[in-house]
Design a protein around this ligand. Structure first.
Ligand SMILES: NC(=O)c1ccc[n+]([C@@H]2O[C@H](COP(=O)([O-])OP(=O)(O)OC[C@H]3O[C@@H](n4cnc5c(N)ncnc54)[C@H](OP(=O)(O)O)[C@@H]3O)[C@@H](O)[C@H]2O)c1
Length: 317
């Protein structure tokens, strides 16, 4: 019988969870095996994970009992919620409660909860530098996760609180690729002024989580991760290099970004403003050096961009 410890991974067919499963499977002599959690064990992505050597099981984070079964016998669990699937912080909090309860009931010994800051600690609802959203949040997709941290603690779940950073994959999948202005010139648009934005490849989140599972001493701690901290101008210069055409940085005020009209523009506008206004706190919580200790393969933005340049949907001239 295998003496390896099972790590149950929520969101295994997605960005963060997929990175965790691949990191575990890439180290067949390591201490862990991966249990990939998906709602559809027959999907192509689920089959790809099985082919890598992961056990694939069905569960839904909206169904607490299915989660408890999926966590049963596991040493560790990687827990993540999917704000952009429903745009509801309340739902994320309930889903976090489901995962924390299932982890407690199944006796999981090390949970990584992929959380973010509750921005209301620094920007109370009374602070009108940015609008209050959905009645009680400043940055709903941050605040719900941050509020849910207390659930893991109150339920006595041995948890490491993982503070992730802006995924560079947003430049591929999330509509943030360089676009052409009215003058035909390429640009990236962020409401960040000269502030630097911590970023990371989603794959490196998985590798860092793998490192955290090997460090039970990190239970009860917050661990912030990033591969680089770069300003909009620095990222634009990196794009210019790999695309071979000038890419400029359009720094817009947060209120302009909020008014762009795509779903969640107000949430993201507030988020970038928070990262700009509290640059020291936000960057201070995400050390690149410490991240590299957990994940020696950590990529810089230049390295990631060079490896992914063909995937960036640059509009034709
Ligand atoms: N984009 C960024 O820059 C960024 C930065 C920091 C944090 N985040 C946070 O990252 C989170 C999303 O993580 P991600 O990007 O890794 O997710 P993702 O790539 O969108 O992964 C979604 C996966 O989760 C599974 N899933 C969705 N709903 C589920 C449910 N109800 N029960 C079980 N599984 C479910 C789906 O798998 P199946 O269909 O196979 O079930 C899907 O493949 C968001 O909450 C976001 O706020 C994003």
């Amino acid at each position: 019988m295998s003496t390896k410890k099972i790590i149950a991974v929520v969101g295994a067919t997605g960005a963060q969870g997929g990175g965790v499963v691949r990191a575990i499977c890439a180290d067949p002599n390591g201490p862990f095996t991966a249990r990939a959690i998906t709602r559809d064990v027959n999907s192509d992505k689920a089959r790809e994970l099985a082919a890598l050597g992961a056990e694939v099981v069905a569960a839904d984070i909206d169904d607490a009992e299915s989660l408890r079964r999926a966590f049963e016998g596991a040493y560790g669990a990687f827990c993540v919620t999917f704000f952009w699937a429903h745009f509801s912080a309340e739902k994320e909090i309930e889903e976090a409660r489901n995962m924390a309860t299932a982890a407690r009931d199944a006796g999981v010994q090390h949970v990584i909860w992929s959380t973010l800051e509750d921005t209301r600690k620094l920007v109370p609802l009374s602070d009108d530098r940015m609008p209050t959203l959905h009645g009680k949040y400043k940055v709903p997709h941050f605040d719900g996760k941050g509020e849910a941290d207390a659930i893991f603690t109150e339920l006595g779940v041995p948890t490491t609180f993982l503070l992730t950073s802006f995924f560079w994959e947003n430049f591929i999948f999330f509509g943030m690729a360089p676009s052409r202005g009215e003058d035909g010139k390429l640009g990236i648009t962020l409401p960040m002024g000269d502030a630097k934005l911590p970023g990371i490849s989603a794959e490196d989140i998985g590798r860092a989580a793998y490192g955290i599972f090997q460090h039970p001493d990190l239970i009860g701690q917050y661990v912030g991760i990033a591969g680089d901290h770069l300003s909009g101008s620095e990222m634009a210069a990196a794009f210019t290099k790999v695309i071979g055409e000038d890419v400029r940085y359009n720094s817009v005020p947060p209120e302009v970004f909020r008014s762009f009209g795509f779903p969640g523009a107000d949430d993201l506008g507030n988020m970038f403003q928070y990262k700009r206004d509290f640059e020291n706190e936000f960057r201070g919580a995400r050390s690149v050096e410490e991240t590299r200790k957990l994940n020696p393969a950590l990529q810089s933005f230049d390295t990631w961009l060079e490896a992914n340049k063909e995937r960036i949907p640059v509009p034709a001239k």
